[in-house]
Design a protein. Sequence first.
Lengths: 373, 262
Amino acid sequence: MITELPVELDPSSWLAIANSASETDVHRAMATTSPDEADFAALVSPVADGLLEDMAQRAKHLTESHFGRTISLYAPLYLSDYCPGGCAYCGFAADRTQPRRRLERDEMIREFKALKAMGFEEVLLLTGERSPKADFPYLSDAVAEAAKHFSAVAVEAFPMTTPEYRELAAAGCVGVTLYQETYEPVQYQALHRWGPKRDYANRLDAPSRVLEAGMRYVGLGALLGISNPMFDTLALYRHARLLRRQFWQSGITISFPRVCPQEGGYQPPFLVDERFLARIIFAFRICMPDVPLVVSTRENAKFRDGIAGVGVSKMSIASRTTVGGYCEPATSPDGQFQVIDDRDVATFFTALRAKGLEPVFKNWDRVYNLGLI
Amino acid sequence: MNVDNKFILGGQEFQSRLLVGTGKFSSVEVMLAAIKASGAQLVTVALRRFNLERPSDDLFSPLVRLGVTLVPNTSGARNAAEAVRAAMLGRELSGSRFVKVEIHPNPHHLMPDPLETYEACKQLAKAGFIVLPYMPADPVLAKRLEDVGCAAVMPLGSAIGSGHGLSTAEMIKLIIADSGIPVIVDAGIRAPSEAAAAMEMGCSAVLVNSAIAAAGDPVAMAAAFAQAVKAGAAARQAGLMAQSGHAVATSPLTSFLAGIPA
């Protein structure tokens, strides 16, 4: 069963603009103080590639105005790699042969303490798709435990119901990240070969449920490269705009995960190079100047140092993508994805400071977690 | 401006009429140097940037050492209940009775919620805080906040971080005209000339953060703001000459009244 992309998210009519914009359109989009969808389409268009430096200048100015010369830091923490899902591109898919495990409470606490010792105050807890080993009660307990240690706890797991999201917020969760992976329904169905994640519509609707439940923010993204990246970028923009209008009291963050071709691994059908990635980050910054934009350690140090403070305001560092990875030094290379920027906190801080950027661990306080609507 | 030309908040007199914020700086060292250069005596700091567990990431402790009066703010609160709780915690951690009430339910444009701000200020003033509310530039709300015991009102010049200056100037003038408490313009100021303009208009003080933190040279910009605020206040005190928009008619218009006893 293939669900259609709802008309309010369908970027088809903007795709044509994005592919035929002129330099004048791009200049106009950069100059306006009230950008619309046509401006966004112009900024992500191929012709904008020739104006990357101008876009970067504009983006940096806006990033500084809204986020200052700071970079907020977070760390991902894998609770479990059990997964009934069949995502063709994922290192944790059910047909991968690696042994599975989940953290028990004492192991979680050990991991939390390891991250705290590095300085982190915001943790992103991850699991695979909903499974008996990593179900909602397990996740909810993990959030409650993490909230004792960190100022901000966020979750990247499986789509939930509104009451579940409400319960998660009550346990101390401030944000939920849930990537649609691709907004293109046919490609979505082809890549999600089996398991609960085949339900495209349920996943697409989940960010609305997150915000309906009173969560502080929802993190959106598309896994760039698994489908037409232009289509996904435009749909992602439309999704973010729609959610802002519907949930005016909630925050949105946008991430830019990219799949790179890997030896022996999944070969993405579309190549997303760093110029394209930079272009869409600048386009989001120019059209949504107040939305935190996030880049993880999937990207290399040179790109991350370059984009920090220019478009991006929130980053992870010293990440481990294996379960228990912060306490158990690399016994297995089988993380969910390969960490490319593998610098430690101190080295990354030195690089940020050399750029005149202040890394910030704590930018939230638990005191704001209790009064949810 | 107060008749006796003093800037008094919560019973304390302050010499500097420039308040500064502490977010968005490229390093704690730059922030501290900028505050020194600004001569500010009142400094706002977000409770969420308090990190007593980790001094290297903490904004609070270095400010204490600087000897300024801290004004914890409730940035992050979406409603009155959260702001009140944050204020209580801020007072406990900082020992300061000052609080800048910031309630912005929309995390993107950060516009203050007038209803929740009013409710929080009412409760906090009762609880003995020196309450400084960040508020929309609304003259009626300003009087309402004065009535519930706020020590000052802080209408926005334009959106936080926008650098759009005093786009609410006409409303701010109405607030000043009726206010029995200091009016401090907060948010939106980009250039020292705008801070001077706010002071000339009759504001008691100005709060600046982004314009200093995001300047090419934050320390030099802080010093420039200090001078501008002083110049604006002095100009206000000196009395600006009246604006004249009309040419004086060569033939008097009231000659027909000549000879009639006044």
